[in-house]
Design a protein around this ligand. Structure first.
Ligand code: FE2
Length: 147
């Protein structure tokens, strides 16, 4: 169970930091198709934002705690920080890679939840993986022709 709690915390932290990154890209994106990307990033961060609270509550359902997030997030996440503002194309490429990384993180969490018979959690994670797959599709599709 401890391993499942830790994997669920990592999935939560990764989801939360992905949300922060997408939202910052929504603010910082520039270029000829500014509005299109500004809206695409908004659609993604809104969807991911909706997962943050239920993800944390799944940690609590397992008996784990969520420590103050700002201090804890960098230890939990599998998403890398940015220390500069990427170009529009770099943003899309980076979010696509992150979306694929998140799916791997969530799959580990899913497998552990299934093994523990935690089907409520695994159902939640199956839906999360599907949503991230959809984000990856949108991001991949918007890269075509722009590079
Ligand atoms: Fe906005």
């Amino acid at each position: 169970m401890d391993k499942l709690i830790q994997l669920t915390r990592i999935g939560f932290g990764t989801t939360f930091s992905f949300y922060v990154k997408v939202h910052s890209f929504h603010w910082n994106v520039e270029g000829s198709d500014f509005y299109e990307y500004h809206k695409l990033f908004e659609e993604i961060y809104n969807e991911v934002y909706g997962a943050i609270d239920p993800y944390a509550e799944n940690v609590r359902k397992l008996g784990g705690y969520i420590l103050p997030v700002i201090n804890n997030l960098s230890m939990l996440t599998k998403i890398e920080d940015e220390d500069h503002v990427p170009t529009k194309e770099e943003m899309v490429q980076e979010l696509l890679q992150d979306s694929e990384r998140i799916q791997i993180v969530l799959k580990k969490n899913y497998d552990a939840a299934e093994a523990a018979g935690e089907h409520g959690l695994s159902n939640f994670l199956a839906e999360r993986m599907d949503n991230h797959r959809k984000h990856a599709w949108f991001l991949r599709a918007s890269l075509k022709g722009s590079m």
